[in-house]
Design a protein around this ligand. Sequence first.
Ligand SMILES: Nc1nc2c(ncn2[C@@H]2O[C@H](COP(=O)(O)OP(=O)(O)OP(=O)(O)O)[C@@H](O)[C@H]2O)c(=O)[nH]1
Ligand SMILES: [Mg+2]
Length: 670
Amino acid sequence: MAIPIEKLRNIALVGGQGTGKTSLAEAMLYQAKIINKMGNTRQRNTVSDYNDIEKKREFSIYPSLLHLMWQDYKINLLDTPGFADFVEKIIPILKVVETVLLVISPSMIVNSETRRAWQYAAKEKVPSLVFVNKLDEEKLDFTELVKKIEDEFTTSCLPLHLPLTQDGSFYGVVNLIELKAKIYEDGKIKDIQIPQGLQGKVEELRKKLVEAAAETDDALIEKYLGEEELSQSEVKEGLKNGVVKGAFIPLLCGSAVKDIGIDLLLDTMVDILPSPLSEEVEKKGLSAFVFQTLSEPHLGELSLFRVYSGILSSGSSVYNSTKKKEEKIGQIYLMQGNSREEVSQIAAGDIGMVVKLKDTDTGDTFSTKENPMVFPPLELPQSTTSTALKPKGQKDEQKMSTALARLVKVDPLLKVEVDKESGQTILSGRGEVHLEIVIERLKNEFNVEVETSEPKVPYRETIAVAAEAQGRYKRQTGGHGQYGDAWLRIQPLGRGEGFRFVDKIKGGTVPSRYIPAVEKGVKEALKKGILASCPVVDIEVTLFDGSYHSVDSSDIAFQIAASMGFKKALQEAKSILLEPIAEVGIEVPDEFLGETNGDLNSRRGRILEVEPFGGRQRVKARVPLAELHNYSTSLRSITQGEGTFTKKFSHYERAPDEVAQKIIAQAKKP
Ligand SMILES: Nc1nc2c(ncn2[C@@H]2O[C@H](COP(=O)(O)OP(=O)(O)OP(=O)(O)O)[C@@H](O)[C@H]2O)c(=O)[nH]1
Ligand SMILES: [Mg+2]
């Protein structure tokens, strides 16, 4: 069944953890008669949270795609996870929806995850509307709520609904667009008169609403100022304009688990939310964007895509213009959680899924080779938490790296690297739970058990004063022996200057043909210093004297002699340990600044700058990398989830003596 593009809606459900997004999706599917009984995340039987790990944890981890028909409109819903580690999963999704439904609850109006989600949506210029859920359970001060939303999002908040409560219990909703009231009793919906006591409030809100609708259009405002009544459809059209422009945030209310206000929510989506036409791509032929990849144990990889122009058909060949490769499209499906329905094609504006693509990743564009276009690459934040992984089974090394590669492919917020220096496999992500889940999947789906440890800190060794030493290597065995002798002088260089080798041999005391061997020997020795087996840096090594033997000398003998001499010189100079320092940028609300700074001090951090901005503080600091392990978790707990941070390597600094002693002792342990 082809649905005209103006009758499509693509909507993302976003907001803090546990506000009821998954439940709301379930309630909408129920209203639309896709399911005949509502599941509950606590009973682990919702359509959206179908994954075993989601069921076990009872919250969403992966975005899921659902769809329903309301009137003759098709609504695609993307239910996203609210847990702090997963908020960034909405970034690709914001590319493919026209609106964001921000789900809040009276006890969690705007927490840090909701705020972040809002900021991402605002950055992508995707308009939002707010649904206050859980009114069956939590008390709400309506006026206070509107004010809070306006303060937080600095946009005017426009209630479309007013909750009906009696003796503190929530039983119905006044629809301010149509000026009708509804009550919900045991699954039955009844129209009622707007209660007398509410008339005043209803009139006040209705006036605000009509005014906001009129203000979006010159003709409407003229009519309105001329004191003519706007028709129902004019009000709706005006509201739709306002939503597209982000002129206000519409506010709706209800209860997902009690199924109150859900029909009105769906009506609103149809009536005043924009269709994909609001952002039509000017293009001939196919353009589509892969916004999500999921992996299913028996199916392999599933790619969710949104078509912007043209049609994507099963069995066709398309051009992956990001990778510049042809891609064969197999069977296309519509998704309802994890159940799939085969379709022959997906047209512009709509969302679908295709399995087993060869060369396509999240963020890739499909088009035609004749008319290629590429959507800009996704801007994803850096990882904040890392752990080193080692397989428990000795033979599982290869299995682990294959499994990790597959998991990273379906999650662009994850990163796996083998650290060149330590040889450790480092898994990085957005938080500890994010990494825990990967480890759980390695075990459940790939049968690889792993041990975790802290990633090794890349310390360095250097010298602060100059020194000299002789390296002499002499071996007499049977026939011809080995002989090399080099006098080396070492001198400190500036931080970051690395290594310099100087040849100051006079009079051929070391013949020039052996000098490269001396340099090579020093370079070998640089790789592992004498303190904690870490590389030696920022040092100048001068070969200034030596001796040789016409028969016994060789490259290898000079190499060994140089290496011995270099180590001796390091001892003479009393080499020192350098530790990496990271520059961190932290953002916290005002009230947590004191504790955040205190914590930075206890991590040997140096605060460089504190700059206030809009009720928050930006802190720039330098902190030894070794002290930042698990920082994302501590910052979250200090700031009740409100703090965010980025880190990048800054420079090396001499480690304080007591710190260095510990590191050296640790490294000497067998
Ligand atoms: N009383 C009441 N409880 C609700 C309502 N909606 C959801 N809940 C409960 O709140 C809890 C969390 O609901 P979910 O739907 O899983 O919340 P979510 O927003 O999807 O959470 P995340 O996926 O972690 O972001 C569950 O125990 C739900 O039963 C509601 O309208 N009223
Ligand atoms: Mg959920």
